[in-house]
Design a protein around this ligand. Structure first.
Ligand code: SF4
Length: 365
């Protein structure tokens, strides 16, 4: 079911908009300079939205100075305290993460919903398998059904107030439960989903869990914004999120990179050159497919699919454009020779785009 669209500042979430990447700062939010510096780092790494923990009044006050300095929209993460939520909204945040069922009387929920409505900002309901309501735990146990029921309960609070700028996350620290809960939710509701595996682990183990969980959901068409959670620097989380989107072909205008694992048939030392070429191509950006292959077994086949390919042969490597061998190179100047062809292709493509010329292939070779 297609999801509705909500806006977090300039970022549209859901409704078929590009999947955005978000993370949380790990600084003390009361430290304005440190937090702004970290937001700039994660923004430079490609983060679209940042969330800040707001545990007390001083942190909520700091938002007044942080939000105007942030290059990306800011979400305040608040537990229980509706006064903090109101203060965060007054201080200009672009979204709240708060569970309405946890903030007390219906009057408090109404005040928060009204403040968000007036400010034009959404609320994310964040259900975590580790903190489900007692009655749901008794009825279902810590299951996907309980998680979805918990979300449904929080949604009802807001819908009663005609507040529908809602995003939802359903997270558990294990992949299977998270994926099941998100699938179940997507079958019942059309609110956009923020997806991720919570408390996934350290960079090593957490990455595998996040790649599997987030990847499986995105392949199902579920997930409108993603967060990779790692016991690591938030920049690592952002880069990991972007890698997931890249692997699924969801990042526009980035190079696609194919390289073989190498084996006993390798004819040319591509292991040395593949990372060097990848680095150089990354710097240029653009929509281009590069293949680096070790020998003639799969090399020419991949080379046909790629815009530019390097294929190992006895004592030299062949450079191909769209499957046609255009040069042979030894190790000396290999990267430079390859990159010159890449630049040529990118230049021609941008000229084709400008000229609106549909017949690109005819001009290339
Ligand atoms: Fe081995 Fe050649 Fe395949 Fe690379 S392309 S994995 S070197 S067989």
């Amino acid at each position: 079911m297609p999801t509705r669209t909500v806006h977090v500042g300039s970022v549209a979430i859901g409704g078929g908009n590009p999947v955005s990447v978000q993370t949380m700062t790990k600084t003390d939010t009361r430290d304005v300079d440190g937090t702004v510096a970290q937001i700039r780092e994660i923004s430079a790494a490609g983060c679209d939205i940042v969330r800040l923990a707001v545990p007390d009044g001083e942190a909520a006050d700091a938002l007044e100075k942080i939000v105007p300095q942030s290059p990306i929209p800011v979400i305040a993460d608040i537990h229980f305290d509706y006064q903090l939520a109101l203060k965060a909204v007054r201080n200009g945040v672009h979204g709240l993460r708060i569970n309405p069922g946890n903030i007390g009387s219906s009057d408090r929920v109404r005040q928060v919903a009204e403040a968000c409505n007036d400010a034009g900002i959404p609320i994310r309901i964040g259900v975590n398998a580790g903190s489900l309501e007692k009655e749901l735990l008794e009825k279902y146990g810590p299951t996907p059904e309980a998680m979805v029921e918990s979300a449904a309960g929080h949604i009802r609070y807001l819908e009663k107030l005609n507040f529908t700028a809602i995003k939802v996350s359903l997270k558990a620290s294990d992949v299977a439960r998270t994926v099941s809960a998100c699938r179940l939710f997507a079958g019942r509701f059309d609110y956009p989903q923020h997806i991720g595996i919570t408390e996934a682990g350290t960079e090593h183990t957490g990455l595998v869990k996040s790649h599997i969980g987030i990847g499986a959901l995105l392949l199902d068409g579920i997930g409108d914004t993603i967060r990779v959670s790692l016991t690591a620097d938030p920049v690592r989380e952002v880069l990991a999120g972007r890698e997931i989107l890249r692997a699924l072909g969801m990042l526009p205008s980035v190079p696609k990179f194919i390289s073989c694992p190498t084996c006993g048939r390798i004819d040319f030392n591509i292991r040395k050159y593949a990372p060097l070429i990848e680095q150089e191509v990354e710097k240029l950006g653009g929509t281009i497919t590069i293949a680096i292959m070790g020998c003639a077994v799969n090399g020419p086949g991949e080379a046909r699919e790629a815009d530019v390919a390097l294929c190992g042969a006895r004592g030299y490597a062949g450079i191909y454009r769209k499957g046609q061998l255009i040069a042979k190179t030894g190790e000396e100047n290999l990267v430079e020779a390859f990159m010159n062809v890449v630049k040529e292709v990118l230049k021609e493509e941008s000229q084709d785009l400008i000229a609106g010329d549909a017949d690109k292939d005819g001009k290339r070779i």
